[in-house]
Ligand binder design. Structure first.
Ligand SMILES: [Zn+2]
Ligand SMILES: [Zn+2]
Length: 180
């Protein structure tokens, strides 16, 4: 584990959210899609399950993309702004099956607010550890996906298995074509 569990989960959730919107379409278009995201990343707390909540979460994507792909000093400014705007007050909490971890806004704050704050809190760890190289754009030439590399040997280059597979096939074909 590179970062604390809640930090890693928040980073992966943010990248997944950002990557739900790309040139090939949008995979976060319904309340059911948001349900899946909520469950996959083990969110707890308030859910409205309405269009307004969905739209608010969808609207976060450009700002989260900017944050996850910023240089370190710019990321600091964004994090500080996000935490101030949400009036974040960090505290340790233990609930459900989760041991002590950080929350910085109430569990009944809107989901979009909690996602922003959790991402900003996670970025605090990334910035302090000077590990922004863990965040990158997908190595696929045609993909703008965000990659969160939490592997020990920093080996992750693609945002998804489909990007990884496509490039493995392309590399194989290139080797065949060159007779090597
Ligand atoms: Zn929690
Ligand atoms: Zn990709």
């Amino acid at each position: 584990m590179v970062f604390a569990h809640d930090t890693e989960t928040a980073l992966q959730a943010a990248a997944t959210l950002v990557n739900s919107e790309d040139d090939d379409g949008d995979t976060l278009t319904s309340v059911a899609d948001l349900d899946e995201f909520f469950e996959r990343f083990e969110y707890t707390g308030r859910r409205d399950r309405d269009r307004a909540e969905l739209d608010a979460v969808r609207a976060l994507r450009p700002a989260l993309r900017t944050l996850l792909t910023s240089e370190r000093d710019q990321a600091v400014e964004i994090v500080n702004e996000m935490l101030a705007a949400a009036r974040a007050v960090p505290r340790l909490v233990r609930h459900d099956r989760f041991d002590w971890h950080l929350h910085a806004v109430d569990a009944d704050a809107p989901l979009a607010t909690r996602i922003v704050v959790e991402t900003a809190m996670a970025m605090i760890d990334v910035i302090r550890a000077d590990e922004l190289s863990r965040l990158a754009l997908c190595s696929d030439d045609d993909c703008n996906g965000v990659v969160v590399d939490l592997s020990r040997n920093r080996s992750r280059r693609f945002c998804s298995t489909s990007c990884g597979n496509r490039n493995a096939v392309a590399a194989y074909r290139a080797r065949q074509a060159s007779g090597g």
